[in-house]
Structure formats: C-alpha cells, structure tokens
Design a protein around this ligand. Structure first.
Ligand SMILES: [Fe+2]
Length: 414
C-alpha cells in the first residue's frame, strides 16, 4: 500500500457507506475502527495498521474505541470550525474562572412543601425567576434520595464499563428509525461534524409505553433502579410544572395538561458517555443547541462539562453536590410565549476524566398536542412569538434549520 493511500473500510450500516470521504482524516493520523458490528470489519485491519501516513477510516465507530486506541490527535470530523474553537478552553480552568462572574442559579426546593406560605412563595418565586432569567438551574433538596441517585449512576456506569461488544448488542440504528439504544452520532450532515460522545437512549416513562427489550440486562439492577428513578422524577416534574404554571398566573395544573399529563408526557433517558479526549480544545462533547423538551433533568458524575450561553458569554456550570440540573426546553418557551427561556448550551470534554451524565427529557406527544403560547399570555403589547406547531413539526423546523436529523431526534444533552 502506498503511503498516501486511504482505505475505506466496510461500514456497519449501509446508510453509512455513503458518508465516507468527507471525513478523511489528515494523512498523518491513523484512525482506527476497533469496534465493529460487522464481522468483516472486526476481523480486518486492526492487525494491519498501515504506516502512520496512511489513514484508515471506518465511517462509524465508537468514540470510546477511538479514545482508548491511544491516538494523540483526533480525527478531522471531531475538530470544530476555527471560529468555534476560539471559545473552547480547558474546562477545569473555566470552572474556576467564573467565580466572580454570573453563575447558574442554585434553587433550594426545601421550602416548597413548607406550611409557611411565605417560605413556599419565596421558593416558587426563586424558581420562576431562574426559569425566566436563565432557563437553567441547579436544584437542591429536590426530594429524590441520594441513595437512589447513587444507585442509578452506578448502574449506568456499570453498563458503560462493559466491553464494547456487549454494548453493541443494544446498538441503535437511526437510519432505520430505531433511535433507542446504544449509539454515537453519525456524520449525516454536510460537514460530517461529529461529537466526542457515545450514549444510551431509551424511554423510561410512562411505564406502559416502555419497550423493555431496549433496556440493558446488565447490570442486573439497571431496570429496577432506573424505573424507580423515573417514578420519583415524574413526581418532581409535576412539582416544577405546578410552580411554573403559577408563575405565569395560570391554574396550577395548566402546564402539566398542556404537555400531555401523566398519560402522554414522555420521559426519555439519555446517558451520555464522554471519553477522555486527547485534544479537548478542538472538540465538543455536544455542540451548542437548545433542548426541544418541555423540561430536562440532568445528573452527572461531578466532572464539569456543561456550558450555557448567558449574557454573550459561555458560562461553565459548577458541579453542585447532590443537585439536579434543570433546563427549560423549547416546549415551555413556546407555551410561556418566551417568558421562560430555553437557553443555548453545549458540552466540553477534557483529557483527564471520563464524564458521564444522565439526562431525562420530558417531551409532549409528537402529534396529539398543538403547542402555542397560552392565550392569556398573548396581548396587543405582547403578541405571540411562536406560531402553533405540534412537537413533531417543531422537530422538523429545527431539523430544517440545523440540517442534522439525529441531532434533533435524539435530544441532546450534556
Ligand atoms: Fe441539551
């Protein structure tokens, strides 16, 4: 093989085969495909890594494999455009740097069940204010036990600690519409841009809408603890929607009803796994986006990564012990006619620590509900900022804007 040749290895899925040449890495990089769904790939070329000038490129591979292969330079598809790179810095330094700057608010929910009306109202007011000013907050004293959260995290981590081959049993196939399961972003947009993460995605509530064949069988307590977390979190969802309804001056059950209620509101779990990245200043774990959901709840393993775009700057979220991060998503921004903000956010990676986060997206049903600003919030002086749309139409609109189907279909989180 001549030193400058490029070999395109067989793809795991047919649809990927066409994604090939856009993302050929620079010739000095050797790119591996250590993990494969296709036998031919698995039996192939790792043994025959060519001289380092020759790039071998498999259009789909796990970021975990790439990270553990020992590469010093990341493939071109993971390198952000130059303009974007100007704002990407070391996340540990960034986390310290903003000590004196604006910080994502911390909301203590302890007061919400107080018998003292003043305490209760103060708590509600603080959450409402955070939703209006930031659209994101750390919630402490949220009522879900540390023990359950620790078990949930241990179960998710145990799944990702499995060999890749065992995780591949649960692989998704976004090209054929199977979006639940183990996956990595595919280069299906014009730029071939990829993100430094693998993930596991599946529906966790309502229980009658779950497909248990999607759920990991290992570790053995995954189903039990994840189901329990889903039930507890569903209670918190109602609590938050109640506060946000009252904050808009409408009846307390209004937003809950507007997003589908106990029967129709879907809760989708996405466990994000961000391996160590040899060049974190060049990549993103998740590119900048707003969530399409009504609400998103995030846990993480206390490794920083989340940044939100506030006041014209990227603000790095601190790791607040025993907190759950709560995002307002596009759905509530629409219903509240822009009063509650769906903030732009992204995820950084680092070279020292694996980051794992557990995001639960609370989404209205795709077709059954038309989302539009609540009529009481639309006046002559405050006209509707959003046209009516179903959740599916909203997804389509974003898809059109962003040009990446997967980015929208599998709601992203950090
Ligand atoms: Fe997100």
């Amino acid at each position: 093989m001549a030193p400058t040749e490029v070999t395109i290895l067989p793809s795991r899925v047919e649809s990927l085969a066409s994604s090939e040449t856009k993302a050929i890495p620079p010739k000095e990089l050797a790119i591996f495909a250590p993990s494969s769904r296709v036998e031919s790939l698995a039996n192939n070329e790792i043994k025959a890594i060519p001289p380092k000038q020759v790039a071998i490129f498999a259009p789909s591979y796990r970021v975990e494999s790439l990270a553990s292969s020992g590469i010093q330079a990341i493939p071109e598809e993971y390198i952000r455009p130059e303009e974007e790179r100007k704002s990407i810095f070391d996340v540990f330094e960034e986390e310290k740097k903003y000590d004196s700057g604006p910080q994502i608010p911390v909301i203590d929910l302890k007061g919400i069940d107080s018998e003292d009306k003043i305490v209760r109202e103060k708590c509600m007011e603080e959450l409402k204010k955070a939703a209006m000013e930031w659209g994101v907050m750390h919630i402490i004293n949220h009522g879900i036990s540390d023990d359950l959260i620790n078990r949930l995290k241990a179960a998710g981590k145990a799944f990702f600690d499995l060999p890749i081959e065992e995780k591949e049993v649960y692989a998704n196939d976004t090209a054929s519409g199977k979006i639940s399961g183990y996956g990595s972003k595919l280069a299906n947009n014009a730029s071939g841009q990829l993100e430094w993460e693998d993930y596991f995605f599946h529906l966790i509530f309502p229980e009658d809408k779950r497909d248990m064949s999607d759920w990991p069988k290992t570790p053995s307590d995954y189903i039990e603890v994840t189901s329990e977390y889903a039930r507890r979190l569903r209670g918190l969802v109602t609590k938050v929607l109640t506060i946000l309804s009252l904050g808009l001056g409408v009846e307390e059950g209004r937003l809950e009803k507007e997003v589908g209620g106990m029967e129709e509101l879907l809760m989708q779990l996405k466990i994000n796994y961000y391996p160590k990245c040899p060049q974190p200043e060049l990549a993103l774990g998740v590119e900048a986006h707003t969530d399409i959901s009504a609400l998103t709840f995030i846990l993480h393993n206390m490794v920083p990564g989340l940044q939100v775009f506030y006041g014209g700057n990227w603000v790095t979220a601190k790791c607040v012990p025993d907190s759950i991060i709560l995002h307002i998503g596009d759905t509530l921004e629409i219903l509240s006619n822009g009063k509650y903000k769906s903030i732009l956010h992204r995820g950084l990676v680092n070279k020292e620590k694996v980051r794992i986060s557990w995001a639960v997206f609370c989404e209205p049903p795709k077709e059954k509900i038309v989302l539009k600003p609540l009529p009481v919030l639309v006046t002559d002086t405050e006209p509707a900022l959003f046209t009516p749309r179903t959740f599916a139409q909203h997804i389509q609109q974003k898809l059109f804007k962003n040009g990446t189907q997967e980015a929208v279909l599998i709601s992203k989180e950090v």
